[in-house]
Design a protein around this ligand. Structure first.
Ligand code: NDP
Ligand code: AKG
Length: 479
């Protein structure tokens, strides 16, 4: 039976089944039906979250702790089932889907702990007899707008801190992945959240998302997705003088130096560029390789690419699942054509693949002889496509790595402590990896970038408090 998922507004499940969720590995497989909300429902959800805020923000810490812990426990207990549904609706492999589900459980566990760790400062005033308290308070109603590529982890790393610090929520997930979004909300609802604290409004970004941006009653918006939508979020937030946080694209460089361990470098590049079908903002889409190792690296990459199993996300043998939908597939293919026109050499892949099930299968692509000026090196493709950019030495590699409008992650493969240390200090990225893939980060430390990749305070770990709380400074004259 096809499940029907409703929106959650003010503690009630509402809406009619008017949209379908299709498996990108198998276009004949309907994952579910779901209610696609409208602007009025978005406004109702915001009103409900506003009404619920005073009580929730003053609720006992143990109440918040209990809800987050229960959610973590249930997600852990159901990780195989939830991970499979995620793989089915987004196209990640089973291993990746289950791994992401475990990550969501860990995030809820981490923020359950954070509810009990919030602290302030007591400092003496410059005026005799006066005391100063610096505390953090919840921001208010937080709008959460998420993309399709991490259907459960990104909602988790926004919802968990928002709740932990006492905020109420209106959550609009990406239209392509309603099942994971609904599951996480259902779990939290049943874990005992009071009505109105967490509201789910699935539906179109241009309708539901836009109604959220236009509302004067959202106190903060946290967004992950494209640069274009991020700019709209920013403009609308400034108009309403609300706090906002943006995580957008990346064009992340992986530098491979002559002295790198070739096996490690190839592992990092294959994982970073192609796992999750390259649909990660942290993906290594630019492979910046020095002369001395270039040819050996390219040969080894082609060997590994030829062995990768591309197929149905639910097949245990699959290493690379399908592209998420038709429009992303077209974007990938368009960029592959652009790369060829620009004069890069398509050294491997790039063609559509037929599989037993009808799905959006693309052979991972590797360009060589790319330059950093080409569009394929400057614009985020968001698919299984990477470019090798040949450079003469470390200095040129660093300059190329930093020459990008983005600044999310970067990586270097080298056995030189000197170059690794210099790269960590001088890379213009928010997250830097040494002998590790640029993608795949820990859940308990800050996540975010520089330049066109991110705006506002960091997400995740203890740094999340910066966005989800506001600082109050209170003065008391005690005589
Ligand atoms: N950094 C990252 O993690 C990600 C980056 N991207 C980048 O974005 C590109 C396009 O992906 P896409 O999913 O279309 O990204 P979008 O920015 O369009 O979507 C992200 C979220 O914003 C919503 N949204 C869309 N329009 C509006 C609006 N006017 N007001 C408020 N919310 C809105 C979307 O809704 P809806 O579901 O209806 O589209 C979705 O929930 C990718 O090719 C990639 O380059 C995409 C995903 C993740
Ligand atoms: O690489 C990761 O672990 C996270 C990537 C991510 O958040 C994204 O692609 O949106």
């Amino acid at each position: 039976m096809i499940p029907f998922r409703k929106n959650l507004i003010d503690g009630e499940w509402v809406g009619d089944a008017d949209s379908r969720n299709i498996n990108p590995s198998n276009l004949d497989d309907v994952v579910g039906e779901y209610a696609s909300g409208d602007a009025e429902q978005a406004r109702q959800a915001i009103a409900a979250a506003k009404a619920a805020f005073p009580a929730w923000s003053r609720s006992g810490l143990l109440a918040r702790h209990a809800v987050l812990r229960k959610a973590s426990d249930e997600i852990t207990a159901r990780k195989d089932e939830i991970g499979r549904a995620l793989a089915r609706e987004e196209g990640k492999t089973l291993v990746e889907g289950i791994g992401e589900t475990v990550r969501a459980a860990q995030i809820f566990d981490f923020f359950a702990g954070e509810t009990l760790r919030l602290s302030g400062q007591l400092v003496p005033s410059v005026r005799p007899g006066v005391g100063v308290e610096i505390t953090r308070e919840a921001v208010g109603v937080v709008g959460i707008i998420t993309p399709w590529n991490f259907p459960i982890a990104i909602p988790a790393w926004k919802i968990a801190p928002a709740l932990a610090y006492g905020n109420t929520i209106v959550f609009k997930p990406a239209e392509l992945v309603p099942e994971s979004a609904w599951t996480i909300v259902d779990i939290l609802h049943r874990a005992g959240l009071p009505k109105g604290v967490l509201n789910l409004v699935m539906g179109k970004g241009s309708v539901v998302g836009q109604a959220m941006l236009d509302s004067p009653d959202l106190n903060a918006i946290t967004f992950t997705g494209s640069v274009g939508t991020g700019k709209r979020v920013a403009a609308a937030s400034v108009e309403h003088m609300r706090k906002y946080q943006l995580e957008m694209g990346g064009k992340n460089p992986l530098v491979v130096l002559d002295d790198a361990d070739l096996a490690i470098a190839v592992d990092c590049a294959i994982n970073g560029a192609y796992f999750s079908t390259g649909q990660r903002c942290t993906a290594s889409s630019r492979l910046v390789v020095t002369d001395g190792i270039h040819d050996r690296f390219v040969d080894a990459m082609k060997d590994r690419l030829a062995k990768l199993v591309v197929g149905d996300a639910l097949d245990a043998k699959t290493q690379i699942g399908p592209v998420v939908d038709q429009s992303q597939l077209k974007q990938d293919e368009d960029y592959i054509a652009i790369g060829r026109q620009e004069g890069a050499d398509l050294a491997f892949g790039g063609e559509r693949l037929d599989r037993e099930t009808r799905g959006f299968y693309l052979q991972p692509a590797l360009f060589t002889q790319a330059t950093n000026a080409m569009r394929i090196s400057r614009e985020e493709i968001f698919g299984p496509v990477a470019n090798v950019i040949r450079v003469k030495d470390y200095d040129e590699a660093l300059a190329v790595a930093n020459d990008t409008p983005f600044g999310l992650t970067s990586g270097i493969c080298t056995s030189s402590l000197k170059h690794a240390t210099h790269f960590k200090r001088n890379s213009e990225a928010g997250m830097v990896m040494v002998n590790l893939p640029t993608a795949g980060v820990d859940f308990h430390v800050p996540f975010g970038g520089r330049k066109g990749s991110s705006y506002g305070p960091r997400e995740q770990g203890r740094y999340a408090a910066e966005f989800y709380t506001t600082v109050k400074t209170a003065y008391t004259f005690a005589g």
